[in-house]
Design a binder for this molecule. Structure first.
Ligand SMILES: NC(=O)c1ccc[n+]([C@@H]2O[C@H](COP(=O)([O-])OP(=O)(O)OC[C@H]3O[C@@H](n4cnc5c(N)ncnc54)[C@H](O)[C@@H]3O)[C@@H](O)[C@H]2O)c1
Length: 192
């Protein structure tokens, strides 16, 4: 996108990571800024949106990429082993922590809805704007052991379809990507 002339703002909870990614884009000769932002806090999003507007202009394309899983939303085994229900080393389906499940739902679902509420306001009345959410193949074909993540990504896919209709008369296109595995910070230890 940078090579094609887009001015890019990288928003992340971790400002050092956001700035490092922005620097990589600037090294290509393009315009990019790193901005600290928590996608789960409206005030943080409003502040980030104001900064982006002031430094780069209104948002044309929003990519909702924040997301991930949590160990407390994950079962220890692929299949329920009724003989090991009392094994303290294993998290069975019955032990799943509601707080872990809530964390995963909030990060993936609310972390898509809230940035859209804030940044889509800058798209109204302008043409050619679009939103791309990041779902997962696990939304359609759930991987074993990660019920919270799979269901939260199914919510992202469902919300994307709803929003595409809702925004259709406002001229904002809404789509989602549903990747399989790709190597990034959160999974390189598992995949490598
Ligand atoms: N890597 C894969 O194989 C894969 C597959 C399918 C879907 N996905 C999805 O792709 C997206 C990106 O995944 P990734 O593998 O690059 O993960 P990653 O963990 O490397 O990157 C996620 C980024 O989100 C940031 N983040 C976390 N909580 C945040 C918050 N509250 N506010 C702002 N930023 C926050 C993290 O700091 C991190 O930089 C996620 O939605 C993920 O679920 C990844």
């Amino acid at each position: 996108m940078a090579k094609n002339g887009a001015k890019i703002a990288i928003l992340d909870l971790n400002p050092v990571a956001a700035e490092a990614a922005a620097q990589q884009i600037r090294d290509l000769g393009a315009t990019a800024i790193g901005v600290a932002c928590n996608v789960l806090q409206r005030e943080s999003l409003e502040a980030a949106a104001a900064q982006v507007l002031a430094e780069l202009g209104p948002c044309d394309l929003l990519l909702n990429g924040a997301g991930g899983n949590h160990p407390k939303g994950t079962t220890g085994q692929e299949f329920l082993d009724v003989d090991r229900l009392d094994d303290p080393e294993l998290t069975s389906f019955f032990d799943l922590d509601p707080a872990g499940v809530e964390f995963v739902f909030n990060l993936n679902f609310l972390g898509t809805l809230l940035p859209t509420q804030v940044f889509a306001r800058q798209m109204l009345g302008r043409s050619g704007c679009s939103i791309v959410n990041v779902s997962s193949m696990s939304a359609f074909c759930p991987l074993t052991k990660i019920p919270a993540y799979s269901a939260a990504k199914a919510a992202v896919s469902n919300f994307t379809q709803w929003l595409a209709v809702h925004f259709s008369k406002a001229g904002i296109r809404v789509n989602a990507l549903a990747p399989g595995f790709f190597l990034t910070q959160q999974n390189h230890k598992i995949i490598d």
